[in-house]
Design a protein around this ligand. Sequence first.
Ligand SMILES: [Zn+2]
Length: 397
Amino acid sequence: MRTGDRQLIKELNVTAVITTIREHEPISRVDIARLTGLSKATVTSITQMLLRAGLILETGSGDSRGGRRPTLLRLNPTARLAVGVKIAPARITAALTSLQGQILEMTSVDLPSEPPAIVEAVEACVRDVIHRAGFTLSPARLLGVGVGLPGIVDPTTGASISSYFLRWQNVPIKRLLETRLGLPVYPENDANCFALGEYWYGAGRGASSLLGVTVGVGIGAGLILDGQIFRGALCGAGEVGHMIIQRDGPLCNCGRFGCLEALAADAAVVQRARQLKGDWEAYPGGRPEVILAAQAGDAAARQALAEAGEWVGLGLANLVNVLSCDFIVVGGEAVSQAGEMLLQPIRAALQRYVFSPLSGRVRVEAARLGDEVWLIGATVLALQRFFHAPLKVAVTR
Ligand SMILES: [Zn+2]
């Protein structure tokens, strides 16, 4: 075997061990060996290296299956840190997280109106959150900054190709922020951040693949296949909100007719509830008020939500039929507020519209990480590079 091959195998084994610790901590060396298929001697030698580098800790003892209780291992949560940023239509939020995806500190500012001011505000937010947590902006401990933003992002250049909400096109956000911060910056579509966050630390933990869908002001999705974001050749994979599901249906923000978003996002739900109630002034508080009314038994509001859920389920069934994915996590503001009132019709529509051999085998779960999922997912963009080569990062930094 060539030296290069040996080195590569060693790196792959280290990645397998630390990933298993991340997914199953606290965990014994014996269980790591069982789950990775590596020999106990290899696991012992790798965990020694990780302990010496300060990346993992020995903690307490596990269940004894006869004999001595094994020592358990877990990540050293603050051995490395990452920053996640969410650029939303109204606010910029930044969070500093541990290796376990726990938010240590958070800060936010209003979204400025002009693109150059947005980049400056992101930089200020990142500096602020690191400072508040009592750390310095140094690559010794900070793995980098993940940035979730609406629209299409080029994964190779890190440029924001087009963002309707931010009203910008071809903004080299990665380059601009790296120059200002001196840290690696990883921009990504926000729905992909949602899916990554739930996959690593939420409802999708341990799943092989996952389709993460968010329903709120807009409808978006991120697809994780075997641990990796699927972007497609044109980088825009996951724009389920603009899947046309009703020919000549209502006008969408994108200028076309009958998109899922035009039938089931916030504005559509409010419009439909008003129509059913026969009162165009009803629900002045918008979607939150429609959901509160539905929870209080308002028939028009209940039906509007049920119909929105059915449209989302229909769109998801089309995706399942094409992609054969079996695990869907649904979140976003509307779902976190309405819960089962939206999830139940989504599940029912999936049951009805999924191609019969696959029907009944698709699991739909509510997102678990709440509003923080976007930030946690953004930090995963920086964390995942560390988990792929933890010792390399530890030695070179
Ligand atoms: Zn559209």
